[in-house]
Write a protein that binds this ligand. Structure first.
Ligand code: NAD
Ligand code: TYD
Length: 352
């Protein structure tokens, strides 16, 4: 049997960001055993990992992080040295209609994982790490100016961000109380291949392809800071290996866009790629009812990770968006599969 230099459980590895993290670790570290623990909710899709599923350092385990006995048993069996925790309910709109799902997975699930790590690592924490992947939304909303730093106070507004903030607090409490070696990364909005089309960018791409209305919430003047997903995976790799223990690192794209400007940019790029008349897709824009408690603006100050670890985004927004649109145009089958069935029900409830 092959022996591995490190064993890492990556949770949520079948999801959008998780699949890019799993791929990076499986390919870059052939001597690590990578165990992808995922429940395969509507957002998890093993198609995302088809290209690496037969690698001999990759293992998939279907399971639910909210199930304490299962999680403890898996940790006891695998004896991981590291955990990279991405599994979560991740969509703000769903958190508004079903907050309890978010409490269960994002809070209870995180505490189960922390406990399991604490049990198997006992008090020998050398070369062990629990890396918790979180969001900038824990900081709340900014006005027209300013940036979130690692010192910004937590001020979450949606059930999603409140559940993520709570999970961050539990991670810190396990570091302070039990000495568990931890690190937290708080990242801005990601975009890229394999993004489930309930979030802004893939939803707009899907609707532009299908000439469906483009639902912009409120006046569209809400601002997000967008980062290409592979740059997030690179940042996670760096922090996991080189970050300072019990620290948090903000990760951002230095790339702020008002939603309406971003949707118009997508329309322009896609009209070109689809050989449509300039301006054709913009006609699909429809301003719809605003999201309750909608955060005006997120923007990350990523100078800590830049100065300490040398990280910065590797692709421009234009490149990243171009690659993303091309991926969706080339992966029609993926898009069709994830938008059949339950997606239609969700879409009707949310938009019609
Ligand atoms: P996603 O919704 O695409 O994927 C989540 C994954 O977790 C899915 O594969 C799902 O099956 C799995 N999962 C859900 N509940 C589970 C459970 N109970 N047990 C086991 N697995 C479960 O999410 P994403 O966008 O890839 O986000 C990943 C992480 O990154 C989340 O923790 C999210 O809060 C954080 N994050 C996301 C963004 C973003 O822009 N998407 C930005 C910053 C941080
Ligand atoms: P989203 O992708 O859901 O990410 P988050 O809410 O976590 O930032 O939304 C990004 C922005 O786009 C946010 O301001 C809400 C807005 N939005 C729309 O205007 N229409 C939509 O259909 C969706 C899904 C989002």
């Amino acid at each position: 049997m092959k022996s591995f230099s490190k064993k890492i459980i990556i949770t949520g590895g079948a999801g959008f960001i998780g699949s890019h993290v799993v791929r990076r670790f499986v390919k870059k570290y052939p001597d690590y055993k990578i165990i992808n623990l995922d429940k395969l909710t509507y957002a998890g899709n093993l198609e995302n990992l088809k290209d690496i599923e037969n690698e001999d350092n990759y293992y998939f385990v279907k399971g639910d992080i909210t199930e304490e006995t299962f999680v403890n048993e898996l940790f006891r069996k695998e004896q991981p040295d590291g955990v990279i925790h991405l599994a979560a309910e991740s969509h703000v709109d769903r958190s508004i209609s079903s907050p309890m799902e978010f409490v269960k997975t994002n809070v209870l699930g995180t505490v189960n994982l922390l406990n399991a790590a604490k049990i198997i690592w006992k008090n020998d924490f050398s070369n062990k790490l629990f890396h918790h992947v979180s969001t900038d939304e824990v900081y709340g909303a900014l006005g027209e100016t300013g940036f979130f730093t690692e010192k910004t106070s937590y001020d979450p507004h949606s059930p999603y961000s409140a559940s993520k903030a709570s999970s961050d607090h539990f991670v810190r409490s396990y570091a302070d109380t039990y000495g568990l070696p931890t690190v937290i990364t708080n990242c801005s909005n990601n975009y890229g291949p394999n993004h489930f089309p309930e979030k802004l960018i893939p939803l707009m791409i899907h609707n532009i392809i299908n000439k469906k209305p483009l639902p912009v919430y409120g006046d569209g003047n809400y601002t997000r800071d967008w980062l290409y997903v592979i740059d997030h995976a690179i940042a996670i790799d760096l922090v996991f290996h080189k970050g300072r223990l019990d620290n948090s690192y903000n990760i951002g794209g230095f790339n702020e866009w008002k939603n309406i400007d971003l949707v118009k940019l997508l329309c322009r790029q896609m009209d070109k790629k689809l050989n449509r008349e300039p301006g054709e897709s913009e006609k699909l824009i429809a301003f719809v009812k605003d999201r309750p408690g909608h955060d005006l603006r997120y923007a990350i100050d990523a100078s800590k990770i830049h100065e300490e670890l040398g990280w910065k985004p590797s692709v421009t927004f234009e490149e990243g968006l171009g690659k993303t649109i091309d991926w969706y145009l080339e992966n029609e089958k993926w898009l069709k599969n994830v938008t059949s069935g339950a997606y239609q029900e969700y879409y009707k409830k949310q938009y019609v």
